[in-house]
Design a protein around this ligand. Structure first.
Ligand code: AMP
Ligand code: MG
Length: 352
């Protein structure tokens, strides 16, 4: 049962408004990114002042708006490196960025470096199966962000272990379907915001505030007509395996490789019919990489499962402990996709 989930329209509107704020924040950074703004985390993945800044802004705004309820946020970044001596200059840049962003949104008094560190560290919650937890990836697809390609700001809400709300801001995703573009010449106006609340469907609007429109996943039943999404980064998903599965399904179109949960957004409006993700051995998926995206797709009529066909379980903490990979499509195609996935996994295992 969803308890106490009168997610008021006001809250959804607030999220839309703050998505715009984060968007202008990160776009400003993307245009003027300095070498010194990009750092390597302990797992060697990049983190930028925009990742930290976006997390501080979202965390600060959410806490301010939700001041009456207990606040729990599971978010990707922590302030460890910014508290070190050689992190001070970066911290000052982040604080400046955060204050500029909040000033645009009408927040009066500037935050100190300490306030920013505290806002970032509010994201340390472990989540779990009880109560409500916000789940944030402040910049999903940092590698895409650095390349000037796709990235997303992804915010979800868990209630008793289930995702009940998702907002996905995709600043570089064209408003027009990707199916209308050749992969290398994406043109036209970009900047999409998807939002979904459980039981009410998925809506998309432009980041600059067009009327929201309801979106639905593709209804194709024929895999030959389906195109599929996967990670741009081969290190994030096994392209050889997805190509084997696509061949088995008879998919004719080449894979559409884009970064971040923009894939879930694009799939929710029917730009393609399938998304497959098979990380290399040993990688553990994090809940903030899928919470918002999965509800955006399911509310648009899609299905999201692991490679064994089980729904994703967001109730186990910061990680999704799942079997092998994540597959996404419409309800009619799922049995065929699952079959092809399982056959291909068996073939791959027996060839090793
Ligand atoms: P995507 O652009 O869909 O590949 O997803 C980007 C996300 O992949 C990032 O936010 C990371 O959390 C996650 N990621 C980082 N390293 C890996 C990896 N080795 N395998 C799978 N996903 C990863
Ligand atoms: Mg991410």
């Amino acid at each position: 049962m969803i308890k106490n989930l009168l997610l008021p329209r006001k809250l959804v509107l607030l999220l839309l408004a703050s998505a715009n704020t984060w968007n202008s924040c990160v776009q400003k950074v993307q245009k003027a990114l300095l070498q010194s703004d990009v750092h390597a985390k302990s797992d060697k993945s990049p983190v930028t002042v925009a990742d930290y800044g976006s997390q501080a802004v979202v965390s600060f705004v959410l806490q301010k708006e939700l001041s009456s309820s207990p606040f729990s946020l599971v978010a990707e970044e922590d302030s460890g490196d910014l508290r070190k001596e050689d992190g001070q200059e970066t911290l000052q840049r982040i604080t400046k960025l955060v204050n500029e962003t909040l000033a645009n949104g009408g927040t009066a008094s500037p935050l100190s470096d300490q306030d920013v560190l505290a806002a970032i560290d509010s994201g340390k919650s472990e989540g779990g199966s009880l109560g409500q937890h916000w789940v944030l990836d402040p910049i999903d697809g940092t590698k895409g962000f650095l390349r000037g390609d796709q990235y997303a700001i992804a915010l979800g809400l868990l209630d008793e272990g289930k995702v009940v709300l998702g907002v996905l801001a995709c600043p570089n995703l064209p408003l027009q379907s990707l199916a209308c573009h050749d992969q290398h010449t994406i043109q036209g106006k970009a900047g999409c915001l998807f939002f979904a609340q459980v039981g009410t469907g998925t809506y998309m609007q432009s980041l600059d505030g067009s009327e929201p429109r309801k979106v639905n996943v593709s209804c194709t039943e024929n895999p030959e007509e389906a195109s599929f999404f996967e990670s741009y980064e081969a290190a994030h998903s096994m392209h050889d395996l997805t190509s084997l599965i696509a061949k088995k399904l008879g998919v004719k179109a080449p894979p559409v490789r884009i970064d971040s949960q923009a894939k879930y957004g694009a799939l929710s409006r029917g730009d393609g019919a399938i998304y497959m993700r098979f990380p290399h051995r040993g990688y553990r998926e994090k809940i903030w990489d899928h919470a918002a995206g999965s509800v955006v797709v399911t509310e648009a009529g899609g299905v999201v499962t692991d490679a064994a066909g089980k729904p994703l379980d967001f109730s186990r903490g910061r990680y999704l402990d799942l079997d092998t990979g994540i597959i996404v499509t419409n309800q009619k195609l799922m049995p065929t996709l699952l079959n092809a996935v399982q056959e291909s996994l068996k073939e791959k295992a027996s060839s090793l």
